[in-house]
Design a protein around this ligand. Structure first.
Ligand code: CP
Ligand code: NVA
Length: 320
């Protein structure tokens, strides 16, 4: 990876102080939402999707445009890479047109291979492995609602998926406890998750135990994009003991919040009364995708000419 290219592929790749500075910048940019600084003037971001998206697509597009930049949105199926063109040629050519590229695709290794051939920053807009942009917005939301993330108990219910994995990566960086309540065959283990610091990840077979005293209750779909064939039907019944409902919320700490990256499947992973309760912060969480995206882009594009305030010294890059 060239020294000056700041990819945002996985939280583990980026120094903790840089991630925290990006988050601090996101809070500042939210304060400036009605007077956004034009720091992306003249810069362009390509967005490449091989899966559906509402929040990721809109938040990146609006983030670039509000701060003075441009976007190009591509569906991978309609690109030459969906036919015969190589990853390397695509990466080299995209690097000549735009200043950064956000990609949503299934295979994380393919994303990393693509990034290894670009001369511009590549941002992970979700792979089957991780969703780092989502977790930046989630941590921002927890800081807004609860003051800080450090020392909190965050409890995850249902499928042990890409979003759960990224929370688990974030736990040692931000110093929170992460409890996963999921079926035993999905339990995160060293052999399935070699790079995770499992000292900060506690698996619970019983949902009530994970919820007990939690500051944050969080879930996601039981069937992630691309898993429809494998999981639909009877297979999803095994997740029912991990449904977030009022009884489960009652085990959490007073003032606990409910989070979900969305899209939501009512009466599957969460019940309507939880969604309608004051604990539910999912729309603030969704809005924070926009502010977090701006700060992630500002860090990634700094080498392409974005100037950020002195107070946002992002520190070292992943290359240092
Ligand atoms: N949470 C999230 O990434 O939403 P989209 O799939 O709509 O982008
Ligand atoms: N785990 C979900 C997240 C969607 C934003 C998926 O990968 O489909």
């Amino acid at each position: 990876m060239s020294k000056s290219v700041r990819h945002f592929l996985d939280l583990n790749d980026i120094p903790a102080e840089t991630l925290k500075a990006i988050l601090a910048h996101a809070h500042e940019l939210k304060k400036q939402k009605f007077n956004p600084p034009q720091i992306f003037h003249g810069l362009s971001l390509a967005m490449v999707f091989d899966k559906r998206s509402t929040r990721t697509r809109m938040s990146f597009e609006v983030a670039m445009k509000q701060l003075g930049g441009h976007t190009v949105v591509m569906n991978m199926e309609e690109m030459q890479i969906g036919g015969a063109e190589s990853i390397e040629d695509t990466a080299n050519v995209v690097s000549r047109f735009v200043d950064g590229v956000m990609v949503r695709m299934s295979n994380h290794d393919t994303l990393c291979e693509f990034a290894s051939h670009t001369s511009i920053p590549v941002i992970n807009g979700l792979t089957d492995h991780s969703h780092p942009c989502q977790i930046m917005a989630d941590l921002m939301t927890i800081e807004e609602k609860l003051g800080s993330v450090e020392g909190k108990k965050i409890a995850w219910f249902g499928d042990s998926n890409n979003v759960a994995y990224t929370f688990a990566q974030a736990a040692p960086i931000w110093g929170f406890e992460f409890h996963i309540a999921c079926p035993e065959d999905l339990k995160p283990e060293k052999k399935t998750h070699p790079s995770l610091d499992l000292n900060h990840v506690k698996w619970k077979g019983a949902a009530e135990e994970a919820a007990d005293g939690a500051h944050v209750i969080v879930t996601d779909t039981w069937v992630s994009m691309g898993q429809e064939k494998e999981k639909k039907g009877k297979n999803i019944d095994k997740f029912m003991p991990y449904q977030v409902n009022s009884d489960l919320m009652a085990k959490a700490k007073d003032g606990a919040i409910f989070m979900h990256c969305m899209p939501v499947h009512q009466n599957e992973e969460v019940t309507p009364e939880v969604l309608d309760s004051p604990a539910c912060v999912i729309y603030d969480e969704a809005e924070n995708r926009l502010h977090a995206q701006k700060a992630i882009l500002a860090w990634c594009l700094e080498e392409a000419g974005v100037s950020v305030q002195d107070s946002f010294d992002f520190g070292g890059t992943q290359d240092e």
